[in-house]
Design a protein around this ligand. Structure first.
Ligand code: MEV
Length: 440
């Protein structure tokens, strides 16, 4: 079916042929047909574009360099919190970031039910070079860029499942996220395994192998970035009524709770991912892979814990840091295709993957600082509802002038859905019907 035919089918099948549905879908098409075609071809069965706001959080000072960070996210308050934290830490030395390692891992998962695993190990050690040799056509380009397949080893997983083995390969993919490269290499490794084993001089019962699958692991605990902020406790001036030391201690308590209580850890890390995912999405990266990896890493000790930590050192320095694995790319995928993604890379000064890892992790840390700061001081709802006020007013279809009047009114009042509806109705001189207006 053509795109038009798909839309027609959809609207007839699910919307009683309502022409306003078609109009709405088409209103989100890009004016420039070539750009729209690009978007159409990113995925399958595209019918329109799905808008998410792109905001910017300025004032990120990372390793002495200033960034204005693009964030694509639908949730209010996230960009404000990141920007506020970035501004706070800019005046206290900024974010200190280090990429600890960039190694990525993939596996050929297979079953071998031969005579003795020792036979397989010995054969593999003797033939290891062939495995590397036969991936050369795939790795040559990556090697020219400083990356490649770094190692392959055989792992016996029989303690988990009888006959289960892996070929585990390690990769350096430089500025690419590398999923395609890694998966292609793994598929080649599996072919080598099959053909070399069957052509070997091993006993017939040792030549049989069943390849189950070849796939990179999105768990990249060896592709890690650490970002830290610190300052003397006395400089933690948060508000007039908050003593820096009280704030620091309460903040550390909150982090401790996220380290010992998975219910809190999940929400705590969700806040971090607000920052991380929004920059990942804006820069065309696979935020699902980053999420999956971060949560697996947060559980590495057997209990799901905070991705951030904080201490007060003996010299009275407050330290707050994040250590998180992150497989990112600044080349490949849609990074050079999607016009807004391209813009975001340019806004960040076209970083390489390692620099982007630091920016993304710093945004996660900033986000977490903002959330925990609010939680242990004013409470989260104060700032959040102020931001949400605009969403409520938009739902009510308030004019710009009405929005401004009501926004001013709520500078000193607590925002709730009912209070905003009441204020709106009183401004318009209409009867306040909370239920009807709520459904709007
Ligand atoms: C909301 O999207 C994120 C927070 O709940 C994070 C947190 O509680 O730390 C505010």
């Amino acid at each position: 079916m053509s795109k038009q035919a798909k839309i027609e089918w959809l609207v007839n099948a699910f919307f009683n042929g309502d022409p306003s549905v078609v109009e709405n879908l088409e209103s989100y098409w890009h004016n420039d047909q070539a750009i729209q075609k690009l978007h159409d071809e990113f995925i399958e069965n595209t019918i329109t574009n799905f808008y998410v706001p792109l905001g910017v959080a300025p004032n990120f000072k990372i390793n002495g360099k200033m960034y204005c960070v693009p964030m694509a996210i639908e949730e209010s308050s996230v960009v404000a919190a990141a920007a506020k934290s970035a501004g706070f830490w800019k005046d206290r030395g900024g974010f200190k970031a280090t990429v600890i390692d960039t190694c990525k891992i993939g596996h050929v998962h297979f079953f071998w039910n031969g005579s003795n695993p020792k036979v397989l190990y010995e054969w593999f050690e003797k033939n290891k070079a062939v495995f590397t040799e036969q991936t050369k056509v795939l790795t040559a380009n990556m090697e020219a860029r400083g990356g490649g397949m770094k190692s392959v080893k055989l792992i016996n997983k029989n303690h988990l499942e009888e006959g289960y083995f892996q070929l585990e390969a390690r990769f350096e993919t430089v500025d690419a996220m590398g999923a395609n490269f890694i998966n292609s290499c793994l598929e080649q490794l599996s072919k080598t395994l099959e053909t070399e084993l069957s052509g070997s001089d091993l006993a017939d019962c040792d030549k049989e192998v069943e390849i189950v699958m070849c796939i990179l692991s999105n768990y990249t605990p060896e592709c890690i970035v650490k970002v830290e902020v610190s300052c003397p406790v006395d400089e933690l001036t948060i508000g007039e009524n908050v003593e820096p030391i009280d704030f620091a201690e309460k903040f550390i308590r909150a982090i401790r709770i996220a380290n010992i209580e998975p219910y809190r850890a999940t929400t705590h890390n969700k806040g971090i991912m607000n920052g991380i995912d929004s920059v990942a999405l804006a820069t065309g990266n696979d935020f699902r892979a980053i999420e999956a990896c971060a949560h697996a890493y947060a559980s590495r000790d057997g209990q799901y814990k905070s991705l951030t930590n904080a201490t007060i050192d003996s010299d009275n320095t407050f330290r707050f840091w994040i250590e998180v694995p992150m497989a990112l790319g600044t080349v490949g995928g849609i990074t050079k295709l999607h016009p807004t993604v391209k813009f975001c890379h340019e806004l960040l000064g076209r970083p390489g993957a390692e620099e982007l890892m630091m920016i993304v992790a710093a945004t996660g840390l900033a986000q977490n600082f903002g959330a925990v700061r609010s939680l242990v001081t004013t409470g989260i709802q104060k700032g959040h509802m102020k931001m949400h006020l605009l969403n409520i007013l938009n739902q009510l279809e308030a004019t710009d002038q009405e929005k401004e009047i009501i926004r001013k009114e709520f500078e000193t009042k607590t925002v709730s859905h009912k209070a905003v509806v009441d204020a709106f109705c009183s401004l318009r001189g209409i009867k306040s019907d909370h239920k009807t207006l709520k459904g709007k």
